[in-house]
Design a protein around this ligand. Structure first.
Ligand SMILES: Cc1cc2nc3c(=O)[nH]c(=O)nc-3n(C[C@H](O)[C@H](O)[C@H](O)COP(=O)(O)OP(=O)(O)OC[C@H]3O[C@@H](n4cnc5c(N)ncnc54)[C@H](O)[C@@H]3O)c2cc1C
Length: 460
């Protein structure tokens, strides 16, 4: 059932419609399908596109968290990644690493505060609290092992903190997308529609109406569009989540970030061993002259990526902060995104000054979009019957809302198998709750100027 011609114009009925086919949507679909649900996944672009958050070749999998609950979740996710790999192996006969456990080093200045990657010292405490492996490493050891140099120019020796954990690694993004789709597609009559955009979501008017009814258009459906109905809906649209939520009178408070990544060529002759044997993250305080972040991180080369190439990230690299409206305007004008000369220049400077055996000129770069909440967390949950700014008396009339599950934002690639499972549970088990609570869609801000304000609000 994949060609436009084979589909009829009358509404197609499913147990659950998943809007958005990135890492999280495909994982939700896989979990629903393997539990006997008839799933429709609707993707506006083609599957495996580079236009959302799940582009590029790799993502960091870390167990080192400032929040202890996220460390627990990461360890659970690690087991689920291995289960997923095994299921994929049984289905295809191929042994493919979806999560490559390389380990990771965190190091830097004990005075470093906190930012998108959390802080430096707390994750080490948390690993010890959870009786997980953690080994302290000196500046000298880090420089030798990771082919770095002159770290003393960035991190005063007496303020050095460095440690490694072996349970971190690198996610094989392209193969994970393919594995999830393959394991769900066709199961229990599931349907995967690409080049199909959900442009309208109807709310039920009377009791006999289906809880979920969406209209879809695009080259992947017959001319004039297609309607689909279901009992449940899972919204995993990344930065476009508010485009869907507006149909339900709601919006989430996030920014759209355009984020640059860069790959650099390594020299196999000057560094015969692996350039970066593990992931590493440097938590050094800002550059005194420019005020720019000195948080850099490196990814090892991976067998599914180009040879002799490492990815190096810089926290301050173009994080253009846009509203969804501005992003759409830009797209409508046919304008894409590229790394700026500042991004390239600053990353190159780091490579020149601190890396051994890497060409400072980036080999290639790209841009991914990120839905950013100001506490850097994801939101995950069933839509509540009332949202912030609404009269609770209307709760009954909005009972259909809890047929919708939403997941957006945060550094969530590593939680792909866990969040997929949680979305299935939230959709089909009324008693299921989001654990840990700090991800809940109904949460309010815990700190900062806007403390107490909700992320999910009634649309003005
Ligand atoms: C540069 C960058 C680096 C990152 N690094 C890490 C990392 O190291 N570790 C980590 O764990 N996480 C990381 N993340 C976060 C992680 O990549 C995301 O959390 C994850 O990819 C989100 O997947 P998604 O499925 O929610 O969204 P997406 O991949 O954006 O998928 C959403 C899909 O919805 C589709 N869509 C939108 N609107 C509609 C519509 N109306 N109808 C149909 N389809 C629609 C879009 O086309 C898109 O394909 C990073 C993110 C970025 C951008």
């Amino acid at each position: 059932m994949t060609t436009a011609d084979s589909r009829k114009k009358k509404p197609l009925r499913f147990d659950v419609i998943v809007i958005g086919g990135g890492l999280l949507g495909l994982s939700a679909a896989y979990n629903c399908a393997r539990n006997g649900k008839r799933v429709a996944v609707i993707e506006r672009s083609n599957f495996y596109n580079q236009s959302g958050s799940s582009g590029d070749l790799i993502r960091m999998f870390r167990t080192m968290y400032t929040e202890y609950e996220l460390q627990v979740l990461a360890y659970q996710a690690k087991d689920l990644w291995k289960e997923l790999e095994e299921e994929y192996r049984l289905d295809t006969g191929k042994s493919v690493e979806l999560l490559r456990l390389t380990g990771q080093a965190n190091f830097g200045d004990e005075h470093y505060g906190t930012a998108a990657q959390g802080d430096l010292k707390k994750p080490r405490e948390n690993l010890r609290k959870g009786n997980k492996q953690v080994t302290d490493v000196s500046m000298k050891q880090v420089e030798k092992k990771y082919n770095l140099r002159n770290l003393r120019n960035l991190i005063p020796g007496d303020r050095w903190v460095g440690y490694e954990n072996d349970d971190c690694g690198v996610i094989n993004v392209p193969e994970t997308l393919r594995a999830l789709r393959r394991l769900a597609d066709g199961r229990h009559g599931s349907l995967f529609l690409d080049n199909a955009e959900v442009y309208e979501v109807h709310t039920p008017k009377k009791k006999s109406d289906p809880a979920v009814r969406v209209k879809v258009r695009g080259s992947g459906v017959p001319k004039g569009g297609q309607e689909l109905t279901a009992d449940k809906c899972i919204i995993t649209c990344g930065v476009w989540t508010n485009d869907i939520l507006k149909n339900l009178g709601l919006e989430l408070d996030y920014e759209v970030w355009e984020m640059v990544y860069e790959y650099f060529a390594t020299d196999p002759d000057s560094v015969p061993s692996e350039q970066f044997p593990k992931m590493w993250v440097q938590f050094a305080t800002e550059d005194k002259e420019t005020g720019r972040s000195n948080l850099f991180y490196g990814f090892p080369s991976v067998p599914w990526g180009p040879d002799n190439m490492v990815k190096l990230g810089w926290e301050d690299a173009t994080m253009n902060r846009l509203t969804l409206k501005e992003l759409k305007q830009r797209r409508a004008e046919g304008l894409g995104q590229v790394a700026t000369t500042v991004d390239v220049g600053y990353a190159s400077r780091f490579v020149k000054e601190h890396c051994v055996g890497i060409d400072p000129q980036p080999a290639f770069s790209g841009v991914c979009l990120h839905a950013a909440f100001d506490d850097y967390m994801s939101v995950l949950g069933r839509l509540p019957r009332t949202a912030a700014g609404e009269d609770p008396d209307t709760a009954d009339k909005r009972a259909w809302r809890d047929h919708y599950v939403v997941c957006a934002g945060g550094w969530a690639a590593k939680f792909t198998p866990s969040f997929g499972r949680m979305m299935w549970e939230l959709a089909f088990d009324d008693k299921a709750q989001v654990n840990p609570k700090l991800l809940d869609i109904t949460r309010t801000r815990r700190t900062g100027k806007r403390k107490g304000q909700a992320y999910l609000n009634k649309l003005e």
